[in-house]
Ligand binder design. Structure first.
Ligand code: DX5
Ligand code: ZN
Length: 232
């Protein structure tokens, strides 16, 4: 059984007001915060790194009663290098890219040794098959629905067969989609079986972020229920 999880991407936030925007997302019903770390090497953009995660963690302490989960999407070369620092900064989950490492199983082990959940992402050009032997070790798989590097891009519906295939093989796995998710694209992602929805532009630019988060969640819940997979 799996739950719908809505994870606003802070890449779409006004970085001058990051702390209060993060509070605003949790206050509006976000389950996780999606934190996009980019190194200007694995992707052609630079965003933020462990010092900012650490500052955000001081602002939003880990809690068992309130939402406080930091989902760190590591778009970096040499992902092994940043595991200790992201753990120390307060990351809860470390998502590395399959394309960035030679030994994904060893990296998963390293992430778990540092007390974080481990997830693996595939870029649009990478076959989903690479995730099959890894899935038993993973807490989550991420199917990118845009080329990583920038917010505000167009959702790629042709990635949905990857999500379908993963859901068919791994009914209980958290499957995340990231890039271009919003009101018009959530039906396709939910129907394919995704349960963890990243949304930057759609949530941060919404007139009512709470309503947008609820809309995304209800579409995912409906589809999971239809599959008999909804954890209520
Ligand atoms: C892209 C990032 C995404 C991005 C999503 O490289 O991984 O998380 O912020 O932004 P939207 O929802 O605007 O496509
Ligand atoms: Zn992301």
């Amino acid at each position: 059984m799996v739950k719908p999880i809505i994870a606003p991407s802070i890449l779409a936030s006004d970085f001058a007001n990051l702390g209060c925007n993060c509070h605003r997302m949790y206050d509006n019903g976000a389950d996780w915060l999606h934190i996009d770390v980019m190194d200007g090497n694995f992707v052609p953009n630079i965003s933020l790194g462990p010092p900012i995660i650490s500052s955000l963690r001081k602002e939003i302490p880990k809690s068992t009663t309130k939402a406080s989960f930091f989902d760190c999407h590591m778009m970096v070369a040499n992902p092994e290098q940043w595991v200790p620092e992201v753990a120390k900064a307060g990351g809860d989950q470390y998502t590395f890219h399959y394309e960035s490492t030679k030994d994904p199983v060893a990296l998963v082990k390293l992430i778990k040794e540092h007390g974080m959940k481990a997830a693996c992402a595939v870029k649009p050009g990478t076959s989903v098959d690479v995730l099959y032997p890894l899935a038993e070790h993973l807490d989550m798989a991420l199917v990118m629905t845009v080329e990583p590097g920038f917010g505000g891009q167009k959702f790629m519906p042709e990635m949905m067969p990857k999500v379908e295939a993963l859901r068919a093989k791994f009914p209980e796995l958290n499957i995340q989609v990231d890039g271009g998710l919003g009101k018009d694209t959530i039906p396709a992602a939910a129907a394919a079986g995704a349960n963890v929805i990243v949304a930057g532009t759609a949530v941060f630019n919404a007139v009512d972020p709470k309503e947008m988060i609820e809309l995304l969640r209800s579409r995912v819940a409906e589809s999971l229920k239809a599959r008999g997979l909804l954890d209520e």
